[in-house]
Design a protein around this ligand. Structure first.
Ligand SMILES: [Zn+2]
Ligand SMILES: [Zn+2]
Length: 307
């Protein structure tokens, strides 16, 4: 066993504390096996410590996650913690997303950064590309912080509130995309297999528990795929959040400030009922001590919206 192996073990078993950012970045450089990669170029990469502080500080701050005209013009828009690229089903490349973020931040944010997360579906390729783009442009991304992440499909089985299993997407942030386990689990053998959907869809409990040592694990867009549950969608959220909480000992978050519900809801969730449900999710997250974050879940041309 080398010293490095011991350190990896420490990270995996002490999941109540985030890994130190410097160790996180060193592990990426080491595991990439690219001798040209260096720490200085990874300055804009947000590690688990800095990210944990950022989301905790902004738990009660939906404004920074809301890309309204006013928030964009005033530079109050500060974070988009979930987006897709051509590495899965997004329309733009990782570099394009980072450039758009950098341009916005440079022109609108006077003090501080725009924080973005690249979270492609079921693949580490988007996260690897983040590292590559930063390493190739060590001085370019002065006004942004970037999170290397992944969004993982899972299924939640509940006998209490639903006769059918419910789709849940899980976000994993601040990953080392060169980690052997993640690389093997979320490889992509066929670039055209956009969602890498041939991998077996995994159980919610299993994904949350198994992924906890590899990053910061949270629940994406909690209203989606359960619009048809009627009034049972309320106890469903409470059950889901409680279960999630019981599975994970460290930082917990959910996208209470998800910006793209209106473009992504497919069921009968409209008008007042929609607002009531969103408010319920928000208050349950708060009650259970789950940090509220937000994103546009960008898939289309721009980071400022879903399409
Ligand atoms: Zn999703
Ligand atoms: Zn997504």
């Amino acid at each position: 066993m080398t010293g490095l192996c011991i350190y990896v073990d420490t990270y995996r078993y002490h999941i109540d504390k985030p890994m130190q950012d410097i160790e996180y970045k060193k592990s990426i450089i080491r595991d990439s096996k690219n001798i040209k990669y260096n720490l200085e170029a990874l300055r804009p990469l947000m590690g688990p410590e800095e990210l944990t502080k950022f989301i905790k500080d902004n738990d009660n701050n939906p404004q920074i996650y809301t890309p309204s005209k006013e928030n964009i013009n005033s530079g109050k828009y500060r974070a988009n913690l979930h987006m897709h690229t051509t590495m899965s089903d997004g329309e733009q490349t990782v570099e394009y997303r980072m450039n758009e973020a950098q341009n916005y931040a440079q022109n609108h944010i006077k003090d501080g950064y725009l924080v973005i997360a690249i979270t492609d579906h079921n693949t580490v390729l988007g996260a690897k590309e983040v590292i590559k783009v930063l390493e190739q442009n060590p001085k370019k991304y002065k006004n942004i912080k970037v999170i290397a992440g992944i969004e993982i499909n899972s299924i939640y089985y509940t006998s209490h509130v639903s006769p059918r299993p419910i789709d849940i997407h899980i976000l994993l942030w601040a990953i080392n995309p060169y980690d052997k386990f993640l690389e093997t689990e979320f490889y992509k053998k066929d670039y055209n297999d956009k969602w890498n959907i041939k991998i077996p869809i995994k159980d919610f409990n299993e994904v949350i528990s198994n992924m906890a040592p590899y990053g910061i694990v949270g629940i994406a867009h909690p209203t989606r795929y359960n619009e048809d549950l009627g009034n049972k969608k309320y106890p469903y959220i409470t059950e889901l959040f409680t279960q999630y909480k019981s599975l994970i000992g460290k930082v917990k978050f959910t996208e209470a400030y998800y910006q793209s519900y209106k473009q992504t809801q497919t069921g009968p969730l409209l008008g007042n009922e929609y607002d009531k449900y969103i408010n319920y999710i928000n208050s349950e997250a708060k009650r259970l001590g789950i940090i509220r974050t937000g994103s546009t879940d960008a898939h289309g041309k721009t980071i400022f919206g879903y399409k």
